[in-house]
Ligand binder design. Structure first.
Ligand code: ATP
Length: 142
């Protein structure tokens, strides 16, 4: 029995598919969801999200949002979500540099928080984009 999974953002449906497992960065730690998981509603933090379909691990970068597990479906309402092969590595590298520069300057608490959040998003995207290249050699626990 597969899991009906929808990954949506305000902009688009990122994925709508039947999958075997979902692993997400939830606010309380990583969470693995298998079929018949108990209902859950929780927040997501920036990190790597993995789905498993027919034995293949498919990595995504997610920048936060919500996870809802219902008896008949799992919904991920993400701030942003990109599959590894959708990530523009050069853009993420630029975002990382901009965030690091902003953190070196003397800024307001709000600006520091925004730069830290941007840095986290960029680092997650870079890590996930790089997983695309060493696909098959990584495991969820790494
Ligand atoms: P940037 O400064 O490059 O826009 P950001 O972290 O501020 O980075 P977000 O606000 O998280 O960007 O995302 C804005 C939109 O752009 C979202 O739709 C997100 O999926 C997409 N996006 C952001 N960075 C990348 C990237 N490196 N590759 C592909 N899509 C990206």
């Amino acid at each position: 029995m597969p899991i009906r999974l929808e990954i949506v953002t305000a902009e688009r449906t990122v994925l709508s598919d039947d999958v075997d497992m979902v692993n997400v960065p939830a606010i309380g730690g990583r969470m693995g969801i298998l079929p018949r998981h108990e209902p859950v509603l929780t927040m997501l933090v920036p990190g790597e999200m993995t789905i498993v379909k027919r034995g293949e691990r498919i990595p995504f970068a997610v920048s936060g949002g919500f996870l809802e597990v219902l008896p008949d479906r799992v919904t991920i309402l993400a701030d942003t979500a990109e599959r590894a092969d959708e990530i523009d590595e050069a853009r993420a590298e630029q975002a990382r540099r901009r965030a690091e520069e902003a953190l070196r300057e003397r800024k307001s608490a709000e600006e520091v928080a925004a730069a830290e959040a941007q840095l986290r998003r960029a680092l997650v995207r870079l890590r996930v984009a790089r997983m695309r290249r060493d696909r098959g050699q990584r495991h969820i626990s790494e």
